[in-house]
Design a protein around this ligand. Structure first.
Ligand code: ADP
Length: 225
């Protein structure tokens, strides 16, 4: 059996097709990530990193190409299968935390678990365990507005990992932080990923951070090299 967690083959994507502002972002991109591999996606701004991550994360669809997650073909999957796969198998981290401001840190981590029908007591236990792992056990009752940028991002990591995904996709996860905080928070992310054995595709501009991953792919001129 293949141990591929993510398989992208010949993925193409353009926006505003047929209009004067048509832009081709991805041209026949291929990328395979196997179980436990942590891969950096390095590219300049505007190269299509977010587009590629959104396609891999089933938040957007390619115009062409093959897309398999955990060996299951997803390019033409229906909404229900895509939603189930996103909830159970894929964790997503954005550059900005996107935590819900009216909920506490613990509640933000409980919500995706509750969407899976898990018991509240179990979701709370899992949230506290994750907060402890990222050094934020004391912040469970804080709302996002009461946390620093680095703390907000650490809570966002916990939320992405809440349902035990097999694949983490992260779009410049520390790009919004100052260099020292970025380095520290990135180290916490790598520890989390390695301790669970999950695979990850992490977009970054930062070559120092990229060098801490197992493998590197570069996106430029619509192609992955
Ligand atoms: P990156 O994440 O590498 O900065 P993006 O994937 O966000 O790049 O964008 C790649 C290119 O696609 C950019 O030129 C951007 O302007 C264009 N683009 C992204 N999203 C859309 C959209 N929804 N409609 C039209 N053009 C878009």
């Amino acid at each position: 059996m293949s141990d591929q967690v993510l398989n992208l083959e010949g993925i193409s994507k353009a926006y505003n097709i047929g209009k004067p502002n048509e832009v081709t972002v991805l041209q026949s991109c291929s990328l395979q990530i196997s179980s436990g591999q942590v891969v950096s996606l390095v590219a300049p701004s505007g190269a299509g990193k977010s587009t590629l991550l959104h396609i891999a994360g089933l938040l957007d669809s390619p115009d062409e190409g093959r897309l398999d997650v955990m060996g299951q073909s997803m390019a033409h999957a229906g909404d229900k299968l895509r939603t189930d796969m996103r909830r159970t198998t894929i964790g997503f981290v954005y550059q900005f935390h996107h935590l819900l401001p009216e909920f506490t840190a613990a509640e933000n981590i409980m919500l995706p678990q509750q969407a899976m029908g898990k018991r509240t007591s179990d979701t709370r236990r899992r949230a506290l365990e994750l907060l402890d792992q990222v050094g934020l056990a004391e912040r469970e009752h804080h709302r996002p507005g009461e946390l620093s940028g680095g703390e907000q991002q650490r809570v966002a990591f916990c939320r992405a990992l809440a349902n035990g995904p097999k694949l983490l996709l992260a779009d410049e996860p520390t790009g919004n932080l100052d260099p020292e905080t970025s380095d520290h928070v990135f180290g916490i992310l790598m520890e989390l990923v390695k301790s669970t054995g999950m695979s990850a595709l992490i977009a970054t501009h930062n070559l120092d951070l990229a060098s801490r991953m197992d493998r590197h792919v570069v996106l430029g001129k619509g192609k992955i090299t």
